[in-house]
Design a protein around this ligand. Structure first.
Ligand SMILES: [Zn+2]
Length: 504
């Protein structure tokens, strides 16, 4: 017993030192005294089991004990009766452009139990990112912990103005070194990278110890990218072609499409787009996908499907659908800057015109078009499960960044978990993609990913069992973020603050 007391008091001393924390009107610092979540059912995300009637003790920002109820000294502890509640590890959104909107994304993430995220593309200065990351880990700034890539690297012509363009292996090696020195966590590459530049970033990243994530450039196949050591591949849309028997033909078409864009050749753009889409749709092969999953498993390549972004994009292609019109009544739009919601509406009108034009000028009617898109969504939804069958590891991510319609910081991660289950995963498999899998992916199993003694106190307390129904992850009773206990009323305050900030 003495050792336990000794450990506790030193942790208390540390908590006391950190006590005066500056985060304005946000919740209080972690209690200097112990917090006990008593009589709680702990979800073991590794075994997929629920163990009832445990007491989980938190001191400072660590879990110091997980024992049968009644087995722990509670003198001077804040005890929360968690009878009938379920405790899961804090959730990670593994594809979230949160950094450039930290002021409110941090509040929305925490309010939704998202205590960590991986930012694969932000324009914030490297030095600011690295400082914020350290401040959050140390408890000096309130918000989810994170890892980040900084700016996205693309080839010419760049897909977006905010991306850095690099075309030669020499430039690429210099850029990798610059980012490693700056302290960034990984490199994110995009679709238009040349083959040489991609192979250079893969090799140099390996040499310097900075992982490579992102889109598979059109200059390679997914297997080639995985063999070259790519750590993770993002999104289920373009990369569904890797599950199509006509992968090479589709890649050729998409490469031709870039040239068509440069030449302002609309008809060529249209026909390549149509044919690539149709080939991807008609030659999707579950077996080929499972084979690809085996290659990913062999190479340690992870897949981040971001199904929720794909699903909302599909809906935006069919703006005339009643469901899409209904979506603007989504109360979560109050957490998005109003000018962004207006952009979503403008895009809706634009897409509506596109669909009408398609039907008017091309040999296709609405029903065929709608049916094609439905089949496409079904393919993309099943892709993670097909890859997983081959052994590919999966991570939950949303791609939330305010550009894509109906993605919401924090909230959308729960939608993603639901879509993963809809696509064929079990609730526990889906839950792992946001808890233990991110911890393993980041090599932080010592600190994160499960509810165990010694780990960081990032936790979500639920009113219902997520193993029975994945949507139960949304029934949040409280969040513990880096040791800070935030019961429901505190979470509501975070949401209110975020709603005010986005209107500024
Ligand atoms: Zn993204």
């Amino acid at each position: 017993m003495t050792w336990r007391l000794g450990r506790c008091s030193s942790a208390l001393a540390i908590a006391a030192v950190l006590a005066p924390i500056a985060f304005g009107a946000q919740p209080a610092s972690p209690a200097a005294r112990a917090l006990v979540l008593a009589h709680v059912t702990v979800i073991d995300v590794v075994r997929g089991q629920a163990t009832p009637d445990l007491d989980v003790t938190i001191v400072g920002n660590r879990i110091t004990a997980v024992v049968r109820s009644g087995g722990v000294t509670r003198r001077n502890a804040q005890v929360v009766n968690a009878t009938g509640k379920f405790l899961i590890p804090g959730l990670w959104d593994m594809h979230s452009h949160s950094l450039d909107r930290w002021e409110y994304s941090s509040l929305l993430n925490i309010a939704n139990g998202v205590t960590g995220f991986r930012d694969p593309g932000a324009v914030k200065a490297f030095s600011e990112i690295v400082k914020l990351r350290a401040d959050v880990e140390a408890g000096r700034v309130f918000g989810p912990r994170f890892v980040a890539a900084g700016t996205i690297i693309d080839g010419s012509p760049s897909s977006r103005a905010t991306y850095v363009t690099i075309d030669t292996p020499e430039q690429m090696r210099a850029e990798v070194a610059r980012r490693k020195t700056a302290g960034l966590d990984f490199i994110k590459v995009y679709t238009r990278l040349s083959r040489d530049a991609f192979l250079a970033v893969a090799a140099e990243g390996k040499r310097l110890g900075i992982p490579l994530d992102g889109h598979v450039p059109l200059s390679l196949t997914a297997v080639e990218a995985s063999n070259a050591g790519m750590r993770s591949i993002e999104h289920s849309y373009r990369h569904r072609m890797a599950c199509a028997t006509e992968e090479n033909r589709i890649r050729d078409l998409l490469l031709a499409q870039i040239k068509a864009v440069q030449a302002y050749d609309d008809p060529a753009y249209r026909s390549t787009e149509d044919e690539a889409f149709r080939l991807g749709l008609d030659t999707y092969s579950a077996d080929r996908c499972t084979e690809l999953g085996k290659a990913f498993a062999r190479n340690g390549t992870w897949f981040v499907p971001t199904l929720v972004e794909m699903a909302t994009r599909f809906d935006s292609l069919f703006p005339g659908q009643p469901e899409f019109v209904e979506r603007f009544k989504d109360p979560r739009t109050q957490y998005v800057p109003p000018h962004k919601v207006n952009e979503w509406r403008a895009n809706q009108a634009f897409n509506m015109g596109q669909v009408e034009a398609m039907i008017a000028y091309r040999p296709i009617n609405f029903d065929t078009l709608f049916d094609q898109r439905k089949r496409e969504v079904a393919n993309r939804l099943r892709m993670p499960a097909d890859l997983h069958r081959g052994g590919a590891r999966l991570l939950a991510g949303t791609d939330v960044d305010t550009t894509f319609p109906f993605l919401f910081y924090g909230f959308s991660l729960h939608d993603e978990l639901g879509l993963l289950v809809k696509g064929g995963l079990t609730p526990i498999e889906a839950l792992r993609t946001a808890t233990i899998n991110p911890a393993e992916f980041l090599h932080r199993e010592k600190d994160l990913g499960t509810v165990e003694t010694g780990k960081l106190a990032d936790l979500v307390l639920l009113d219902a069992n997520p193993l029975e129904l994945i949507s139960n992850t949304q029934k949040i009773a409280a969040v513990v973020a880096n040791g800070r206990y935030l019961p429901d009323p505190e979470l509501k305050k975070l949401l209110e603050r975020a709603a005010l900030i986005v209107k500024k």
